[in-house]
Design a protein around this ligand. Structure first.
Ligand code: SF4
Ligand code: SF4
Length: 455
């Protein structure tokens, strides 16, 4: 049958069938290039199967052809409408301002630095005797980046350690005196300049918020200031994120993910370092908050600066890369224009249903249940002791959770379309969850190390 002999209804079905085929084939090619073989094969099969009803009903004459065509068209329209019409709660309306500040000395990374027999060690466990047994058991594990750990790799562990050593050198200069002469700046222009410059240096997103008390740790838990109250009276905080490479994170918990983590801590720390130096040169105080020397809780500052919301893993979930980012912050008194927080409820709703990170977590550190009230705020909290025990056993920072998160897929047209739908509609979120499991698996196996890191 020639196309121009077909009815309008049949032509419409034909076009839908062909579009269906092209979209699925395109998605299959993208998945193949992302090294997602399972998704690529399934999409390829679907690109053959799904358009068939459209093509057959459109091109074969039979007694109920018009009726079936109409039903198929209606079904298609209903499904599309259900997916694209905004549905469900859009904004976080509850007050999620933390009611007290965190003592950094209780954070697992600080506790891990306590040397048995030292004064800090004795003082800490006198104050927190309940943590002693657990921490002692963690000390018996081989240790993060240590020989004897499960994924020990002399090259990748050395590369990771090199990243952290370089950060240590930066730490000595994150703060300092500012120039005597204050240069008068236009807040709008200088905010735009800093954001554009940070992006030029490698940041994927940059936001500004007023620095609040609850952003700050209560007490320092690392370095020379250990045990001193955290004070920072700067008015603003600039938060920036840097992408952790997809290819390096996919093999998590293998060591490429640890190497990538250290490297991106360094990149975002370096950007923050340079911006803080720049602001001090303009005559205003500024401090870079980088790995190991934070005065602030980075995800909270980044959330308030409009860069995302906090999900089940307790990490910042950014709109385009999910948790696959590292964050650094610059606090300053330089007058800046602040951004608005997103208050994006879709992240909370999606995380409430998804639980993929909790499912793959080898230490069961991520909660499966709904958010609980902690410190006056409804949130999820991971069990940091369980998580860190796993790090010390594996030798890497594991990162299985971040690597499988449906928000962590690459920042491209296909995944951004899905993310847009997730933000838009509660029905789309349900569908996206099922599809993510179908295409990538409920517990996707870690990918192989990229070839260039296999030494
Ligand atoms: S894996 Fe799922 S539940 Fe976990 S953070 Fe990502 S979206 Fe949320
Ligand atoms: S890093 Fe690993 S152990 Fe820690 S919460 Fe994520 S999946 Fe669990």
């Amino acid at each position: 049958m020639y196309i121009n002999e077909l009815s309008l209804l049949s032509k419409t079905l034909l076009v839908i069938g062909i579009l269906n085929f092209l979209l699925l084939l395109f998605s299959s090619i993208i998945s193949y290039r992302e090294n997602e073989r399972r998704a690529a094969v399934r999409l390829l099969l679907l690109s053959v199967i799904l358009p068939l009803p459209f093509l057959i009903i459109a091109s074969v004459s039979f007694i109920y052809q018009s009726l079936l065509s109409l039903i198929l068209l209606l079904l298609t329209v209903i499904v599309i409408l259900l997916l694209i019409i905004p549905m469900g709660k859009k904004h976080i309306t509850e007050d999620d301002t933390p009611k007290s500040r965190i003592d950094e000395r209780d954070v697992m990374f600080s506790r891990n630095l306590l040397e048995p027999g030292s004064q800090r060690f004795e003082e800490y466990y006198q104050r927190r005797p309940e943590k002693r047994e657990l921490d002692d058991s963690i000390r018996k594990e081989p240790g993060y980046l240590s020989k004897g750990s499960k994924y020990y790799d002399p090259y990748l562990f050395s590369a990771t350690a090199a990243g952290f050593t370089t950060i240590r050198h930066l730490r000595q200069h994150i703060d300092g005196d500012h120039a005597d002469e204050k240069i008068k700046t236009d807040p709008e222009k200088i905010t735009c300049f800093i954001k554009s410059w940070a992006k030029k240096m490698g940041a994927v997103s940059v936001g500004v918020t007023e620095l609040k008390d609850y952003h700050l740790y209560a007490t320092n838990g690392r370095g020379d200031d250990y045990g001193k109250p955290v004070t920072c009276d700067h008015k603003y905080a600039i938060a920036l994120t840097v992408e952790m490479g997809f290819e390096m994170m996919q093999p998590a918990p293998l060591a490429s993910a640890a190497m990538e983590t250290a490297q991106k801590y360094l990149v975002c720390g370096f950007i923050a370092f340079e911006i803080a130096e720049f602001i001090r040169n303009l005559g205003y105080p500024a401090r870079a908050h980088i790995d190991g020397r934070y005065y602030i809780v980075c995800p909270l500052v980044a959330r308030d600066a409009g860069l995302g919301e906090i999900g089940r893993m307790g990490l910042l979930m950014t709109p385009k890369l999910g948790p696959r980012v590292r964050i650094a912050v610059v606090s300053t008194d330089l007058p800046l224009i602040t951004d608005k927080r997103t208050f994006d409820y879709s992240v909370i709703d999606f995380c409430t249903q998804c639980k993929k990170c909790a499912d793959v977590c080898p230490s069961r550190a991520i909660p499966f249940d709904d958010r609980k009230e902690i410190n006056g705020v409804k949130r999820w909290q991971i069990n940091q002791e369980k998580c860190f025990t796993m790090w010390c056993r594996l030798g890497t920072d594991c990162s299985r959770c971040a690597s499988v998160c449906p928000y962590s897929h690459p920042d491209n047209f296909l995944h951004n379309l899905i993310r847009k739908g997730i933000r838009n509609s509660s029905i789309f979120r349900k569908a996206a969850l099922q599809l993510d499991d179908f295409f990538y698996g409920r517990k996707p196996a870690p990918k192989e190390l990229p070839e260039w890191v296999r030494l």
